[in-house]
Design a protein around this ligand. Structure first.
Ligand code: SAM
Length: 263
């Protein structure tokens, strides 16, 4: 699968490398179970190496309040942790679909699903901007630290709205900003791949969701994660004196985001 978009290419290479080397995406603080993103009892329901292969910045599973029988779609499913947790919540009558553009992630997610005998989960390779999912077929969309990575977030929200059934819920953990990022950070592709440069202001995130038709939109800050920001900025390999790191700490944060497609 190829795209002419350099952001897709950079992000895909970044995460293919991450899964091959078992490194985390946004720094250890955001992706290890020790960071307490999820309730501990939730993570003990999957093997520990599956629980620790997470690249997220929050807990969309708790945010989604899933119930048995629902159809769930995970945007940017990575190695599959959230899909496997969702699969337990929706049970054998429910169904979970994970979509990701990185083949190495799809392979790992499929292997993890096989390992835990999750038969109600499937993984599809594809773009968030052109979802390989039928319209109005999904009850709940979850996503963990992915929409910030898209070069065309409006298209992602349009697609999310299209595939949700009327009354469906979007429950997303993502990075947003409060104020503008320094230009040197905004222009760095590696800072984009590290979940920093692609993040948009919370008010613009809300505006994009409203413009495609979402209602009851809520964005709640979770934490200002210095370590996450640090590791993403370190990957840029710029001299720390070259840009105002404090400005980035202040601007970037993880958020719990919910919205609905009207019934
Ligand atoms: C930060 S990781 C998060 C993975 C997973 N949600 C988790 O919490 O572990 C981002 C994932 O989204 C995928 N991704 C990023 N942009 C994408 C896009 N535009 N379309 C499809 N997948 C995308 C990447 O391949 C990667 O697996």
């Amino acid at each position: 699968m190829s795209t002419s978009n350099p952001i897709h290419e950079t992000v895909r290479e970044h995460y293919a490398e991450r899964i091959k080397s078992s490194a985390s995406c946004c720094g250890d603080s955001c992706s290890s179970p020790e960071s307490n993103l999820y309730p501990a009892d939730l993570l003990t329901t999957v093997p520990s190496d599956v629980a620790s292969t997470s690249y997220g910045c929050g807990d969309p599973i708790t945010l989604a309040s899933l119930t048995p029988g629902q159809t769930v779609l995970d945007l940017g499913s990575g190695a599959g942790l959230d899909c496997l947790l969702a699969a337990q919540k929706v049970g054998p009558e429910g169904r979970v679909i994970g979509v990701d553009m990185t083949p190495e992630m799809i392979e790992r997610a499929q292997a993890n699903a096989k390992r835990v005998n999750a038969t109600n989960v499937e993984f599809r390779q594809g773009y968030l901007e052109d979802l390989p999912v039928d319209s109005s077929t999904v009850d709940v969309i979850i996503s963990n630290c992915v929409i910030n990575l898209s070069p065309d977030k409006e298209k992602v929200f349009n697609e999310a709205f299209r595939v949700l059934a009327p009354g469906g819920k979007l429950a997303v953990s993502d990075i947003v900003t409060d104020g503008e990022l320094p230009e040197i950070v905004r222009n760095s592709l590696s800072a984009w791949a590290g979940c920093v440069a692609g993040a948009v202001e919370a008010k613009d995130y809300i505006g994009m969701m409203e413009s495609v038709g979402f209602t009851d939109i809520s964005i709640k800050p979770v934490f200002f994660d210095k370590q996450t920001v640090d590791s993403a900025l370190d990957e840029m390999k710029l001299d720390v004196t070259e840009y105002p790191r404090e400005a980035v700490y202040k601007a970037v944060y993880s958020a719990k985001i919910t919205a609905y497609k009207p019934a």
